[in-house]
Write a protein of this length. Structure first.
Length: 131
């Protein structure tokens, strides 16, 4: 993994997208593209070329895990790192979601002032584990 600059955020709730966008761009300094549905994420992922996927778990249409699997089926994105955001953070849920390329799980509601720091810490830990 290289430096983290670009995040594709997939979230169906408009207010959460807006808060996360401010937290990631204004506080975190990231370039962010957002999609309200998994199908929209599939339409924009190649043009945006994100370093990381930040994806809600429960969404209409494609779920977060289905969205990430579909993106990873695109050549060049097979191992793109992902972080899930969810209101359900039980240990059993966590075990079902976290695979070899998932960096972690962020609970909703999240703290906008620390979201970018959380993501950077997960990214850095993923870099350390990959080395």
């Amino acid at each position: 993994m290289a430096e983290l600059n670009k995040i594709l955020h997939v979230e169906d709730e408009g207010d959460i997208r807006e808060i996360a966008n401010m937290a990631l761009e204004l506080i975190g300094g990231f370039q962010v593209a957002q999609a309200e549905l998994g199908s929209v994420a599939l339409d924009i992922v190649e043009d945006f070329a994100p370093d990381l996927l930040l994806c809600d778990v429960q969404m209409p249409g494609m779920t977060g895990p289905e969205t990430i699997a579909a993106i990873r089926a695109i050549p060049g994105y097979e191992t793109i790192p992902a972080i899930f955001m969810t209101a359900k953070v039980g240990e059993s849920d966590k075990g079902d979601l976290i695979g070899p390329h998932e960096l972690g799980l962020i609970a909703k509601p999240f703290d906008p002032t620390t979201l970018a720091t959380q993501i950077r810490a997960m990214w850095d830990e993923g870099l350390a584990n990959a080395a």
